[in-house]
Design a protein around this ligand. Sequence first.
Ligand code: LLP
Length: 475
Amino acid sequence: MATSTSISPIFPMGSAVNERGVLEIGGCDALELAREFGTPAYVVAEDDLRARARAYVKAARAAHPDLNVVFASKAFPCTAVLELFAQEGLWCDVASGGELHLALAAGFAPERIVFHGNAKSVEELRMGLERQVGLFVIDNFDEIDRLGGLLAEGVGSAGGSSTGQQVLIRVNPDVKGETHEKISTGQADSKFGFSMAEAHTAIERVQGVPGLSLQGLHAHIGSQLLDLEPFQRAARELGGLGDFPLCDLGGGLGVRYTEGQPTPPSIEDYVAAVVAAAQESGLGAGKRLLIEPGRSLCANSAVTLYRVEAVKQNVRRWVSVDGGMSDNLRPMLYGAAYEAEVVDRFGEATECVIAGKHCESGDVIVPQARLQDPKPGDVIVTPVTGAYGYAMANNYNGVPRAPVIFCREGEARLVVRRETFEDLTVRDQSSVRDLPTARDQSSVRDLPTARDQSSASDQSTASNQQREAAASNGI
Ligand code: LLP
């Protein structure tokens, strides 16, 4: 049983320090989690995730008669997370064939899937049409042509139906919110969507394509926005572009990463404010609305556990942990601030740098942490890693990607296992060992030249075939 020792509200709800002085997430002791599942690990408080989904659904119901909440799956593209949100009645935003695959595998009804992207391939468009996604969000004129072409070929059943494939047009409303420039998308000079000047032409073009059914407009002005005013301005801009049955107001509500940062608007205030602005500009009763939160649905629901590998002192005290830019790229990409604690010694005594294990100086997770006497073997926690951490994880330095653990009422459940070293080589198809070895070669001059490349690839295909034949013979 957790005692009432207070803990920062940036941790998942229900987090506490137990009577042994150890952090608990979802009722699970962080030291035991580290022992059982290893580190680094993403630890998700399942009830927190559900509570945020419910808060969104409730706020949506209160704000508008027909408003659906679409989870931006890029924030945490993990099947268990998607399944939970599907169960809670959310829709799903996907931005690639891979995300579409994940959303379908997690059980989202295709008609609740919204397909985004500024560079959708023909194959991705074909997949979306064949799987009958609810909405495509068209980003550019080439996409209109590609969709039109696929429908003319009879791809997907929507092309032949009387209503057609429902689509939205992404408009860039030229509204710039205050956020990191790499995640700001509403300014005129952005790669996303049609400019306000092009919007009317895009609308006419889409309306002229047989098999496409234009439902309305979409805008997403950026991410980690803490001020509601730009969202409202964007909603007004959309309302001014015409009368349509549906409007997708995008995502972008920011979260608090450190205790020192200002408290962002609540989910309720955000939903009420953007919906009111939309309603004032003609998107009132009788219109369907969508919002697409990602970060604010999952960032604060998870923490990352690391183990300290080494501590050294030079100009500063360096605490090196067993993860870093392979499990959380945000500090390196956006200068994003995080906090850290030793899970069984919350406190502030020692100023230190929490560095990752990767081979570059920029691999710093928290540049100015204050930890209680950190030592090798300690387990460290960084809160607020539920959004865009797992999503942007990578294998830099051959580090296997971390597992995801769901915790609820003291029960821990592994929902994504840690990658293994074998996973790092599992996609390999051919190796230089398949080419003739040095022994077989009289000299390096016999190695294939550019001219001989086709024969070299024949050779490697041949050796692949030999290997496959050997494998099927049980050799
Ligand atoms: N809708 C669209 C079309 C989007 O592109 C995004 C995010 C969202 C919704 C959800 O936005 P959110 O509610 O999560 O702010 N990797 C960056 C964030 C990139 C956001 C990309 N698009 C980060 O770690 O901060």
